[in-house]
Every structure is written in structure tokens, then in C-alpha cells.
Design a protein around this ligand. Sequence first.
Ligand SMILES: [Zn+2]
Length: 428
Amino acid sequence: MHESTGSQRDAASTIFNLPNYRVIDAVDLPDGGRRVVIASTVPPGCPSCGVLATKVHSRRSQQVRDVPVAGAAVVVWAKRRWFCLEPACARGTFAEATEQIPRYARSTTRLRDQVVSAVIRSGRAASEVARAHGVSWWLVQAALSAAAVVLPDVDDVRVRRLGVDEHRYRSVRWFRTDEGAWRRFEPWMTTLVDLATGQVLGIVDGRDSRAVGDWLAQRSEQWRERIEIVAIDPSAAFRKALRTWLPRAAVSVDKFHLVKLGNDMVTTVRQRLARTHRGRRGRKDDPAWAHRMLLLRGGDTLTPRAWERLERVFRTDDPTDELSASWGIKEQLRRLLATDTLAQAWQERMRMGYFVQIANMPEATKLYDTVVTWWDAIEVLIVTGATTAKVEAGNTGIKNIKRTGRGFRNAENYRTRILLTSAARTVA
Ligand SMILES: [Zn+2]
């Protein structure tokens, strides 16, 4: 054993462990709580001239919210006000301020850090974290907003592949206008993501060209010129903004969204068949309905048992063979998207067109038309592999935020949460 060379604090201060403070008094309260009185150990430098003060002007007790230290405690800072004796300095007196308790703060930095981390890393709702820490919702929200301010500047991130994805951040609402008419309000937001890291760079209101265009317009010309590829979903309403602001970037269509269009087509066909053959919606004793999720899984991921179930559905619940045809076309689209050369992609596209023609179903024709319309962007996808898969991962996070936040009323709070969560995920 050898002597510790660390600085020696008194036991209470070491246990309380608030940097730059020492415990000067601790009292057990009649109700079972404790009151801990602390004092700053930081040399009192004048905020105007920097000269150290030596003469105390006054003292007052300020209650401070802090993390629980072996249980909750009432923390009181014996805060001093000092005279600045520097003759050249105009400031007469100043109050102490520290890193842990800056000017005007009513809570410690370590408490604010802890609630931010509880919300962001564990994905808990702000209200729940507030309750667990015995603080107000406002304190948690203010800490989150303050943390968002110090996020890395988007303009310092060198982005070559940009993902743009829209999502609805709360459900459709109806509002009554001044004239008494009802107006549908769809609160959409568009997320802009660095495809290399998945980091959310920005979130804009709406999902139209102006929303995305305004965001791009705020970036520098060099920033925009660095963008080589933009991945979007095939229904994107903001294509015009990309043509205006990123005219040289290649547009790639997102694979995930295309696969989803294929799945939606299968579901639409299944629902139409149930209506025409049974005159009602599907229910759980209908094989096609019972296995509706199985129909949407990739054929290449099915186990022998799953294949057996799928074939039984087609044998027993597909009298017109339309369900199996739609399934085959969906699978053909997935094969197309899995190719790595333009020649292969073209070949699979021709095959898909052939299947669609034979099937002769409006749902399949519509899907094929989308493939044809977006073919240039699909080629960019095949060649570059640029897909918003990471945006989707980000959006999964967004969905979790929505769920835990139980519906954000305030779009700004929502934006803050998404940016912070994304930044935490990117660093991790
Ligand atoms: Zn001074």
C-alpha cells in the first residue's frame, strides 16, 4: 500500500461528489429527508475583468435541484456575492457561478445531463424521467432543448449521400376554420439524413418541395455540390426541390419503399379477392387472411414449413390463382432489386413485365407502371446501392419517440428529441 497522491477532501464532500463544491453542513430533517449545504470552491473571478475577488459582499441560500445521492436530498448552496475591487472595472459586485451551477441555473449540470441521457439513451418519455428524478417536465424539456443547441453544425458535416424521407409525426387532425368549415391537417415532417452514418441532419415541416427546398437553400453552395446521390421514396413530392437545389446529384429510389409497394399490391389483391368471392372482409378462418403476414415475407427467407403453409394457402384459398400471381410478381420485384448490374436488372424488369401482362390485374399493372416511371432512379439504386435503409432505422427511432412521448404536441420538442437521439446513436 502507498499513500494516495490525490487531493484530500473531507468525507462528506467526497461522498456528495459535486465538482467544485464542498459540503459545509448536513442535517437530517424531521420528515426523514436530508438537507445538504454546499459552498463553491472555485476561486471567484469577476466575470467582467477576470480579477479574483477577495471581499465578500453578501451571502444568500439558494436551493438547487440535484441528482439523488444515496436518496433524495434538499441541496442548498450558500452562495456568495463578491466585491470586484479592480479599480478599472465598472462592475461593483458579482455572484458566484460554477460549471455545475451556472448563472441563473436552479439545477445542477449533472442533474440536467442525467435527465437528457435518460430520455435520449433509454428512450423514456420526458414526463416519466421527470417523475423518476422528482423534477418538473419543464426542467427535462429545457435540458433537452439546451442539449440540442450544442449539436454539431450540419454545415460542418461533409455529406456525399443524402437520404430524404417523409413521415407523419402525429395522426390526422381536423380543425375548424374561422368560416366554420372543417379542414384536414396532416402533420408531416421530412427527415434529411447522412446515408453514410444514418445521422439525422435536419427535420423540416411538411413534405413538399418548398419544405425541403428551404432547408437545402440554407446550406452553402459547397455543401450542396458535395452531394452525389440523394435517396428518396418513389412517391416523393419534393423531387422538384432536388432538381432546383441539387441538379447534379443522382436520384436513387429507396429499395425499402419499393418492396413495400410490392407488398401493398399483394394485400390489395387479397382484400379484393375476399370481397368478390366472399362478399366480405377476410377473417381468421380464411387461410389467406390467417397467413396475410406470411404472404409478405421474402420467398428466399421462408423455411420449408413456411413454404408448406404458403402453398396450402394457394391450394385452398386462391380459386382464380390471382393471389399466387400477385405473390409471384412481388417476388419478381424483389429479384429485380437484388441484382447488381444494369443488364441483370433490365432482364428481371422484362420478366416482371411479362408476368404482369399474363396476370392482367389492375394492382399489378399499377406497380409495374411505378417501376417504369422510376426506372432511372432504380438504376441509380442498383449501381450505387444508395438506399434510405438507415433513414428507416432512424425513423424506427422516430416511431419509438412518438410512442414514448405519447404524441408530441409541440413540433419543436419533437424535432429536438429526434436530433438528439440520432446524434447519440451516431456517436455510439
Ligand atoms: Zn471586475
